[in-house]
Design a protein around this ligand. Structure first.
Ligand SMILES: [Fe+2]
Length: 363
């Protein structure tokens, strides 16, 4: 399964894209038919399901690499540089731990050997207190996907932060590696809601959170069975276009759903993830940063490839304005600041395979 020719994984990409489309239109067993029609496509559906949700939820805090959406795939015995923003505090007594992800067949934690601390910087997080914490990945650790937890002491007490699914330890990098490309999951989309069969089968707005968005959940289950080396998602993971407060619920919902992946996942935003709604009060781009971190980034798959992910909805907040069905633009662009970062990223890395991926913001 791991060693697959290139032509194979292009077929796989195609099949998965067909699969996600077909599952959206059929093949489910949810029973949303009991829901009154006015529940379909309304963000208020979530209010009773997520009573404690906060509008300022922040998943990316002190750890700024590796992340849930920018994980590190690393070989046993190599060193990993963990990047941490202490927010102005002076840290001491660093501790870095890998913990098996929820649902792992074997559960355990392993504290890593810290071999160096140095000051660092970030192209997407402005801070004067960014640290690079260099750790050993033990040669005898189980090859698996892990949550990472970083703890350190400060004058304000001990700080601890975790990024789920952010470190994937492998025995070897596969020269003929495989990845799955998924796109436009659109949690929260009211599309197809005129056909009750499709609504039912796709699990739209089921009051049971484990039965909502079945087309995504089924795709994730297929991907987990295929066990690709990683997954790339090119945006539009939420809908965020019709009602105030949609992002509050949709980001929380997609974050929960994405954690069902058992393989590393890299994600860039699409237009639907970054609209500035409610007369520009609710900023999807801010939600992206709070939940997932950078809007563009790059990563290496061992010595075999360098991937660069771009944000194709790169506009000022006023240009990203949207209210109900009226949005100022859904077209794509990449501006100079990002483009110069991409140019520099491509110039400073030299690999045989250097794909660039981004969402197509035309829908
Ligand atoms: Fe889309």
């Amino acid at each position: 399964m791991k060693k697959r020719k290139n032509s194979g994984f292009f077929c796989l990409i195609l099949l998965l894209e067909i699969s996600i489309a077909s599952l959206a239109c059929g093949g489910g067993d949810d029973d949303s038919s009991n829901l009154p029609p006015n529940r379909i496509g309304k963000s208020i559906n979530y209010v009773s399901n997520m009573p404690g949700i906060k509008v300022d939820t922040k998943k990316v805090r002190e750890i700024i690499y590796p992340l849930f959406t920018v994980p590190a795939i690393i070989k046993k015995g190599e060193n990993l540089s963990v990047k941490v923003d202490t927010g102005g505090l002076v840290p001491s007594n660093w501790s870095v731990t890998l913990t098996s992800i929820d649902g792992s067949p074997v559960t355990f934690s392993r504290t890593l050997n810290v071999i160096g601390i140095s000051s660092g910087s970030s192209y997407w997080r402005t801070s004067s207190t960014i640290y690079e914490v260099l750790v050993d990945i033990p040669a005898d650790i189980l090859s698996a996907l892990y949550d990472i937890t970083v703890s350190y002491n400060t004058s304000s007490g001990m700080i601890s932060d975790t990024q789920p699914h952010s470190v994937c330890v492998v025995d070897e990098y596969n020269k003929d590696f495989s990845f799955v490309h998924l796109t436009d999951m659109h949690v929260g989309s009211p599309r197809n809601n005129l056909d009750s069969t499709e609504v039912n089968e796709a699990g739209f707005w089921s009051p049971d959170k484990f039965r909502r968005w079945l087309y995504i959940q089924k795709t994730i289950r297929e991907v987990n069975l295929l066990k690709p080396d990683f997954v790339v998602i090119t945006g539009d993971i939420v809908f965020g276009q019709l009602n105030p407060l949609e992002y509050v619920y949709e980001y929380e919902e997609i974050y929960r759903v994405l954690k069902e992946f058992k393989v590393p996942v890299y994600i860039v935003p699409g237009n639907h993830d970054c609209y500035a709604q409610d007369a520009m009060i609710t900023d999807g781009q801010l939600y992206w940063t709070n939940y997932f971190g950078p809007r563009y980034f790059s990563f290496n798959y061992g010595p075999y490839a360098h991937f660069t992910g771009a944000d194709s909805f790169d506009w000022d907040k006023s240009d990203r304005a949207g209210a109900e069905l009226l949005v100022k633009t859904w077209g794509g662009q990449i501006r100079e600041a990002q483009m110069s970062w991409i140019r520099s990223d491509l110039e400073t890395n030299s690999y045989n395979r250097m794909p660039v991926f981004t969402g197509m913001t035309n829908s």
